[in-house]
Design a protein around this ligand. Sequence first.
Ligand code: NAD
Length: 395
Amino acid sequence: MIIKPKIKGFFCITAHPHGCLENVRDQVEFSLKHKLGLGVGPKRVLVLGASTGYGLSSRITAAFSAGAETLGVYLERPPVNERTGSAGFYNSLAFSKLAEEKGINTVEVNGDAFSVECKRQVVEEAKKMGGQFDLIVYSLASPRRTDPSDGKTYKACLKPIGSVYKNKTLDTDREVVKEILIEPASEEEISSTQKVMGGEDWLIWTELLIKEDLLAHGCMNLSYSYIGPEVTRPIYRNGTIGKAKEHLESTSQIIRKMMLESCSGNAFVSVNKALVTQASSAIPVVPLYVSILYKIMREMNVHEGCIEQISRLFREKVFAGEVIPVDHFNRIRLDDLEMNPDIQNKIMDLWPKINSENLRVLTNFDEYQKEFLKLFGFGHEKIDYSKEVNLQNPF
Ligand SMILES: NC(=O)c1ccc[n+]([C@@H]2O[C@H](COP(=O)([O-])OP(=O)(O)OC[C@H]3O[C@@H](n4cnc5c(N)ncnc54)[C@H](O)[C@@H]3O)[C@@H](O)[C@H]2O)c1
């Protein structure tokens, strides 16, 4: 079958397995060139949300910069007849193939990480792997969560809190800059978003891993957050998703104590940079902000993608063999370059000037579009997209 991108809003419903393989291979090559010091990196790692974005890069860094065996958990769609699998499905297949070639053990669990069944399967697989993890990465980004304790499905939403949000945004489909007006969230929407993207499930995972004696002495437990600039503040940090992130960050204090008491371990939230991922492209205003951010950070030669961010997190922060640098709220800051006042001031200068006509001149919207297609395996220079692909056995 010949696969073409089929974009629906902020999602692409097809994915190209060979492009996904090359994307993963690029990250693997980066990781092999940026190895961790001998004996300092993790040896057995559990990554929750391991198939795309920051979780995938965490898994690749652990495996190829530290040689760790990894258990990857994700919720991805396999191919069915003429329907392609999801990008994360092919990324994970690609990851396993490349790890196997290097003799690195990998275990896959494709299931709903919020469910009891998936948690049970992970425990079983972990025990078969030989037991204790020395690194846990919780990198789930999901639009909904069914809580097994009450059977209810909670939906996350991206809304402001308290007042209407009015700003410019980018309609990435129609390629126009327009005004957006979003009504504030109800109390129920605020608490639902926290149920999905807050710290509750991370805590449940941690309790389970402690109970099952699956944490090695000194185990590190990480999750990711975002703060972001003034222009996205009402919709992001002060909005429903920001409230959920605040909950995740405060839960990390409880988890830290549990880690310390159970295995002399530790837990941190790392605040990462805004990047084009499946999760971030769904957030209003963020695609426009990211298009400007990419332009400015590239001009200043400080641009990083997911793999560069996570490689820096592992090499310079978590596994540097020194005290981990944190801010006043005990968070690791990988968004230091993004939040540099020089960069933010340039964004604030540009923001009011941007319109549909000058979009490609004043921002890196071209790059945004390429990065978006890349998420689904399209636009890789090494791939001949006119060739037939076997969806079931692509590699
Ligand atoms: N993208 C950004 O700009 C950015 C910036 C800072 C922090 N973060 C944070 O990083 C984390 C990961 O985000 P991302 O942008 O890499 O997202 P992503 O959409 O690329 O990845 C989400 C992952 O979660 C998995 N997943 C979703 N629902 C699941 C479920 N029910 N069960 C099992 N797996 C499930 C997916 O399969 C995928 O592996 C989030 O906490 C996000 O807030 C993202």
